[in-house]
Write a new protein. Sequence first.
Length: 221
Amino acid sequence: MEARLLHDVGVIRGASGDASAAVRDLERALEIYASVPASDLNRIDATAHLGSVRLRSGETDAASAHFEDARAQAIALLGEAHPDVAAIDVLRGQALDARGDHSAALALMQDALARSKRGYGELDPALVPLLDAIAQSHRTHNAFDAAVDAKREIHKLRQSRLGNHPLVARSLYEIATALEAAGRDEDARTAHEQALTIWETTRGDDHPDLAYALTSLGLLD
């Protein structure tokens, strides 16, 4: 339990930008996990998160080493075909992207997505982080239409599972921002308006989420 709490705190600190504290907490969590039976899945997860923190800090080589370690552990425990291995491969792809090898990164992430779809199904929420990573890779390299396609896939699976839901509005908002980046302003306007309608319905007229769509519509005007 102590290791899991340190693990979670490390993830939160990493997400908030406190890389050194995140590394400290995650490394300590890994030390405790190593001494406790039946903690293999947690150890794999913490190793992968440690790699993500290193990657955001620009330590690409260290990040790649953590990802390779997590992948080897996951294959030993779960087998190479398991979707959790594919999720780690997406992280490996992000490290390749950080090195500037976009074609290899995209090939690895697309293959990982295909394997995850076989494991989870075409419309499972677990696919969202993988599709997000692919969309971000496309945007980084100015492939805006491809980024839009990945965001539309996220919207499709969320809508199929959630219906009229704030997360569905969020995915429409992200489609709209990708469309803006692609220079498709009228398509972007339509998606922002759809997001606004869902947020108004599910959040109410005075919720801060509405400000995202309203600000974007104002800028388009």
